[in-house]
Design a protein around this ligand. Sequence first.
Ligand SMILES: [Zn+2]
Length: 351
Amino acid sequence: MTPGSAVLKLPDALLYFSDLSSLAHDPRDEMPGHPEAPPRLVAIERRLEAEGWLGWERRPAPAARTDELELVHTHRHVAAIRELSEAGGGAIDVETYDGPDSYRAAAHAAGGAAAMARALLAGEARAGFCAVRPPGHHAEPERAMGFCLFDSVAVAAAVAVAELGTSRILILDWDVHHGNGTEAIFRERDDVLLITIQQELIWPGTGVAGNVGTGAGEGFTINLPVPEGSGRDVFLSLIDRVVAPVAGEFAPELILISAGYDAHAEDPLAGLALHTEDFGQMAVEVRELAGRLGVPVGAVLEGGYAPSALADSVAATMRGLGGAGESVSAPETAVAAAAAERVARFWPAAV
Ligand SMILES: [Zn+2]
């Protein structure tokens, strides 16, 4: 299929994936006050349940198999996380916890993302949302960090390529932090294109614009650092000036979103200024992009540490992905103009 031909008729179904194991992983057992805790997911599901799950079909998030996890992580890493859980758990670093139930939760998180990718590529739905914990995008091939044990969105993309014969996956990471794990996993590959938007100069300190991938993957990592205080205009302009043209040229068969909500103005961990409705609008723009390309889109929950804002923003995302709301014309911003000029070296359609 060529970009823009949009010959596929996408199905109407919308799929929501979750598993109770997500509630059993609780870093507060060893780290009191830890922000990445079960109340995040409780808030999301209370909101969705009160609104009839927005009409989405609920499906279980199955555990990923070891060989699926090892598509993106080393055998040693997967074994180490499992063995620490089995031994009763403990801290991996000052903020990353692997408790007795954490291996199971992380395996279901990755497996849920993979199940979503399978269902979307099988033509069962046009959009999916995977509401799981712990988050994943900081987990590197052999390192758990930043609350993350296994990189769920990366497992989903790798399963799509290795098992389902997909040759082009686009991952858009809009979490406020750099998706360093996903970048490390795919930086040498040209079948998974990562576009990651993050607040510049905050933890983990990576994700500078000059990191574009290496070897065959050169040009297939796009880092879009944005200044503190950036909000709706910057994000919508980056989708319009970078994400959409690059996606049109790359022609992905599936779009995955690393859907973090810590770029929300109310989030305690960072300094960006998105509001609930802005996440909804970003979802609309990605839905419209996916529709033009004739491909499905699936989101995997990452960060977001203000539970009420998180719940509202997830619901707004699901509404947007599901068909509510209309595309708006994006504003011009200097951040997006500079980014478009930069990526045009690899993706001429961006300018
Ligand atoms: Zn984050």
